[in-house]
Write a protein that binds this ligand. Structure first.
Ligand code: BES
Ligand code: ZN
Length: 457
């Protein structure tokens, strides 16, 4: 056993205690009432980076939540690796659906339950402990290491792109390492080679000045809820395809090799269905579930609001209706082009008698890795050393828009090694991290830190 692996085993209980302390800070970035907790969490990260042996760690202000930057220089000739992650979390609501309170971490059956346990505090903590394990066991880290841990990932990384440009010289690097994605099973580590992009919008449909009596006016005044329903229904056809003109024009077809790769993965659609409790799976006709998740774009309603939704009934013709609609994009769709075409289509579908207002929220382009880069071989070897099995190359249906921005800013490849297991309840009640994966993942990352020098030199 390597010295760093022995260190991890010996110190594991302390690692768990520390991670629990990290998870107790409710760093909910979207909620202004938690701004102080978010800040306290940034301080916590900086303090623990220093304790792990990161030469410098600084909490840097932005217009929003602060960004933690760490730096440990090995030598001027050594290549530089930048680790990116986030310390902010999603809100915990609905709290009553949690088995144990979201910010009171609890271990049950080898899993640690808490908001942020896997997305992304647990994975950030694995990097901090991988660094500690190498340094404390005298293994050293043969690369210059930089860390950027932000507090606004869950709200669209509002200040990060500008921050990267502003600090481009200080943060210059030869590779970007990100742990904020998933793996297939506890025995099968994974490297993520593609992410979907996203366009997020809000549609507001306005009708009469105010809510009206649905008997006095219903039938003669256009109902904004009906109008919105018609718009939403018209945005997809009976084959589950978006009806936005040109939506699929830039979508890369799935190559025979990609299809063959997908078929080799231990994927069972019935397990996916049962795991979410839906009566059946569905989606765009002619594609498997993995193809729909990783290689095909979506158009989904994320939220709906209109009229009377309380107990009982109220005969009302609502004055307005609202829907949040997002699209997950795949290569080579362009978010700017998609959002234009989407808006035009919504206006075309809107019946006369209402006005429609469309707001654009955050967005980001899809991303695919250049898997020919030698860093992927180093990552495979490191994951095999930690998990006893070589990794699978997978994609994710989710989005981390900032990955693109990092690659562009630094002209360096991104390597995505994530540890979230299927069913880990990211963004949902009872979020968990598997503590076996946590330990093996730290060992794999510690091994990777030792290997990164060569492929980048
Ligand atoms: N960790 C996720 C990204 C992710 C989701 C990776 C699912 C793998 C599987 C990240 O924190 C996240 O939730 N991203 C948002 C981005 C959005 C706010 C721009 C997402 O995908 O919804
Ligand atoms: Zn998330």
């Amino acid at each position: 056993m390597s010295d760093f692996a022995a260190h991890i085993d010996r110190e594991l209980t302390r690692f768990h205690d520390e991670l629990e302390a990290f998870l107790r800070i409710p760093s909910i970035s979207t909620d202004p009432e938690h701004a102080n907790d978010v800040r306290a969490c940034a301080d916590w990260v900086a303090e623990h980076l220093l304790a792990a042996g990161m030469g410098e760690a600084e909490v840097i202000e932005t217009g929003g939540h602060p960004i933690v930057v760490g730096e440990r220089i090995h030598s001027e000739e050594a290549p530089t690796v930048l680790v990116y992650g986030h310390y902010d979390v999603q809100p915990s609501e609905p709290d009553e659906l949690w088995t144990s309170p979201p910010f009171e971490p609890e271990v049950r059956d080898g899993r640690l339950y808490a908001r942020g346990s896997i997305d992304d505090k647990g994975q950030v903590h694995m990097h901090i402990k991988a660094l500690e394990a190498r340094l404390a066991s005298g293994a050293d880290v043969p690369v210059n290491l930089k860390l950027v841990i932000e507090g606004e990932e869950e709200v669209g990384s509002r200040h990060l792109a500008a921050f990267l440009h502003e600090h481009a010289e200080r943060l210059a690097c030869d590779a970007i390492l990100v742990s904020d994605t998933g793996m297939f099973s506890p025995e099968l580590p994974c490297i993520t080679t593609g992410l979907r992009g996203i366009v997020y919008t809000e549609i507001n449909v306005h009708g009469p000045w105010s809510d009206l009596h649905s008997g006095t006016y219903g039938g003669a005044v256009v109902n904004p809820a009906n109008a919105l329903a018609a718009i939403l229904a018209g945005l997809r056809d009976e084959h589950g395809r978006a009806t936005v003109p040109g939506y699929y024009d830039a979508v890369r077809p799935i190559s025979p090799r990609e299809r063959a790769d997908l078929e080799r993965l231990p994927m069972d659609e019935e397990t996916l269905r049962a795991g979410v409790g839906a009566p059946a799976l569905g989606g765009e006709a002619g594609f498997s579930a993995l193809e729909r998740l990783w290689y095909r774009p979506t158009l989904d309603v994320n939220g709906l609001l209109s009229g009377f939704t309380g107990e009982g009934s109220k005969t009302v013709l609502p004055s307005q209706a609202m829907a949040k609609v997002s699209m997950r994009l795949v290569p080579d769709q362009d978010p700017a082009q998609v959002v234009e075409a989407f808006e035009a289509r919504v206006r075309e579908l809107a019946p006369e008698g209402v006005t429609v207002e469309i707001k654009r929220s955050h967005g980001g382009a899809p991303w695919v890795a250049d898997t020919e880069h030698p860093i992927f071989d180093a990552a495979s070897a490191a994951l095999e050393s930690g998990f006893g099995a070589p990794p699978a190359y997978i994609r994710e249906g989710g989005s981390i828009p900032i990955v693109q921005e990092f690659e562009k800013t630094f002209g360096a490849p991104a390597l995505l090694i994530g540890f979230a297991l299927p069913g880990c309840n990211m963004h949902a009640p009872d979020e968990w991290i598997d503590l076996g994966v946590y330990r093996k993942g730290i060992a794999a990352l510690a091994d990777l830190y030792g290997r990164l020098g060569e492929p980048l030199a």
